[in-house]
Design a protein around this ligand. Structure first.
Ligand SMILES: Nc1ncnc2c1ncn2[C@@H]1O[C@H](COP(=O)(O)OP(=O)(O)OP(=O)(O)O)[C@@H](O)[C@H]1O
Ligand SMILES: [Mg+2]
Length: 332
């Protein structure tokens, strides 16, 4: 299949700090590609390079067949960008925001009228054209922002944490809009912190400390985890985590929503039960589960941190301090 985005050793340094470190990536046309990673891992910096907003330090980026470094203007005309921080003018109405973006992309009046009607319907904003954007709830703002980012019918859309701060119902609705766009052949490159949204993507990449740690379909990502994962429901999660942390054979233990996920590592499910009982923790339920994408990412982060610590012991000045691991579902 034809590529929408092709990256070869894409790198961005800010002074001596490497924000994006030799990233190779191939995003195919028509897919919903999820770009995941903890805070500060390099997601926005990567997107900004792909949109031609900032220049890479080294490496190559081809976007829709154009060299994003040599010809950012050609790229910008054919993409849509819903940025993490700013997309809409709060002091303009719904209609005025749409008009502004139509102006940016030089839409004819006829084209604008058609797109406006389509977007208002898609975003369920018919009848609210005259409302001040500041008065819309976050979910509605995000739909309008998506409308503005797609006013010129781009072939590829970058969405940087489009659902951050949006309630679960509005998030579901937003994803339905993304599916609709993907069905019409548009390529979507989406960053998110929400692990449940990873499952909506056709393929995923996980970036950590600027480096690509994994890439594949959700199924392929889950298959990276070969160790046993337990889901444990306890009365005292804090005490349970403390007890589990002391056992070196246990790889990871963290809160996933309201329950614990435990990668038993070299230990065994039976010993986890014993250990929790000895710590005075009541286990309400325990079962072996198929690893989730979150389990795999937590595991990758733990591995990389351990590798960083080993390296730090030999060459302290050569190692950047790792970011905290990805936390549990922000919905919880
Ligand atoms: N202009 C800049 N100058 C210096 N450092 C920068 C600059 N832009 C980003 N960084 C640093 O690069 C790293 C990656 O930042 P980036 O915004 O790409 O992360 P992110 O994955 O998008 O994080 P978040 O999930 O919080 O949005 C961070 O440590 C950030 O502080
Ligand atoms: Mg970001």
């Amino acid at each position: 299949m034809e590529s929408a985005i092709q990256l070869k050793a894409l790198t961005k340094r800010f002074g001596s700090f490497t924000a994006v470190d030799a990233v190779d990536l191939d995003v195919r046309r028509g897919e919903i590609f999820g770009f995941l990673g903890p805070n500060g891992s390099g997601k926005t910096t990567t997107i900004r390079m792909l949109c031609g907003v900032i220049a890479p330090t080294s490496g190559q980026a081809t976007v829709l067949g154009h060299d994003a470094i040599k010809d950012p203007e050609a790229v910008r005309r054919r993409i849509g960008y819903m940025s993490q921080k700013f997309s809409l003018f709060e002091d303009l109405t719904v209609d005025e925001n749409l008009r502004f973006y139509a102006g940016v992309y030089d839409l004819t009046d006829e084209k604008f009228a058609a797109r406006r009607e389509y977007i208002l319907r898609m975003a369920d904003l018919v009848g609210r054209e005259g409302e001040l954007t500041a008065n819309l709830s976050v979910g509605w703002k995000q739909r309008l922002a998506l409308g503005c980012a797609t006013i010129h019918e781009p072939e590829l859309i970058f969405l940087d944490e489009p659902t951050s701060g949006v309630d679960p119902t509005a998030r579901r609705h937003f994803w339905e809009l993304l599916y609709e766009l993907a069905d019409s052949g548009v390529t979507l490159f989406v960053t998110t912190h929400y692990m449940d949204e990873a499952a909506h993507c056709s393929r995923l990449a996980f970036i950590y400390n600027g480096r690509l740690a994994a890439c594949g379909t959700p199924g392929e990502i889950r298959a990276l985890m070969t160790e046993t994962v337990l889901e444990v429901d306890v009365d005292d999660a804090e005490a349970a985590l403390l007890a589990l942390e002391r056992v070196s054979e246990i790889r990871e233990a963290y809160m996933s929503g309201a329950v614990l996920h435990v990668n038993v590592g070299a230990s065994s499910p039976a010993s986890v039960v014993e250990l929790l009982a000895a710590a005075g923790v009541t286990v309400r339920g325990i079962e072996v589960v198929d690893p989730t994408i979150e389990d795999v990412f937590v595991h990758l982060v733990t591995q990389q941190r351990a590798a960083g610590e080993t390296l730090a012991a030999t060459a302290p000045e050569a190692v950047a301090v790792p970011n905290p691991p990805v936390s549990g579902s922000p919905d919880a």
